[in-house]
Design a protein around this ligand. Sequence first.
Ligand SMILES: [Ca+2]
Ligand SMILES: [Ca+2]
Length: 399
Amino acid sequence: MNLQGWMLAGLGALALCGVSGCDEGVDGGGGCCFSLSSVRPGSAASTPERGPGCEQSGGGQDTDGMVWIPGGEFWMGSTDPLARADESPVHRVSVRGFWMDATEVTNAEFEAFVKATGYLTMAERRIDWEEYRRHLPEGAPKPPDEELAPGSVVFSPPAGVDRSVDLRRHELWWKWVEGACWKHPEGPGSTIVDRMNHPVVHVAFEDARAYAAWAGKRLPTEAEWEYAARGGLSGKRNVWGDEPIDPTRCNTWQGRFPVHNSGEDGYIGSSPVRSFAPNGYGLHDMAGNVWEWCVDLYRPDAYARRLRETGADGVCQDPVEASGSFDPRHPHEPEVRVIRGGSFLCHDSYCASYRPSARMATSPDTSLSHTGFRCVLDAPAPTENPVRESHSSNSEELP
Ligand SMILES: [Ca+2]
Ligand SMILES: [Ca+2]
């Protein structure tokens, strides 16, 4: 079996749920993990902390393109019928105020980073076979060296299929493509020249963190991300409220996943950032377009553990999962990180992860054609540090 074959075997074995979304009937939600974990040189990602080092990295206080998210308390998680088990129990969380990028990091912004630093993303690095074999069935043969070339995982819908497909067979629409990377999202020959204002994709967790450090920012915690996504609303299903999703709201999938995308919202793939109305805090694409890395390690029982620690009346202050990563569907994975917000591949028949409470997990070394990120910044509030774009509304009301 060639490397692509092993990649696809990995897709099956690791249940690439929800890298396009999660079939709740099949997978039960939660972990959406395709692992290329630790297959690339220099891939070991240390556990980041929200410590002074991160807060002061780069020393940047430039809030251009960012919005102020006022600190406050909120109910984290959901008991919505669409919610998965890992979104419970709903618990009280408090976050400090912070700045957040109004949009996902774009190709233009990531290009500036690469030009300034010469950074090579993980998808552009050669695969380390000794590391990758740890994620394959025991005894799997080593593929030829030429098949360990750099590449990434690309959404490739089945051609010529006009019937429903087995939504458990993620290998039908995810392909390992040699040469695919942020500059060539569909592989060699594809380009981003006409997508410079689209979110960058094919960035692994380490790539996102490297960009954030360069920009003097950091990745958001999962709690910060959800708090910001709710836009000041309390306990609502969507970032815009309880009204159902429609093609004017955000960039997801219309049609029958994964064989027919009508593009009714105007976009088959990613969309330019700011194409859809922002939420209550002025943040665009907190629902859909591309998934966004958060700094937390993923574990499905994170909320239950917090509640045990604080008690039913307690409030978790700036929680972040910094140890004990675990995904029960992929227990062999040494590490999985949280991604949030869903993507242009979300569809209610398969995935409703455009909801602000939806959680997914991906191995930190994995890069995909629908996953990007945005950054946050610890800096004084607008009243202390006047800036161009600010939203100073208070935190959400209590339910
Ligand atoms: Ca779309
Ligand atoms: Ca997004």
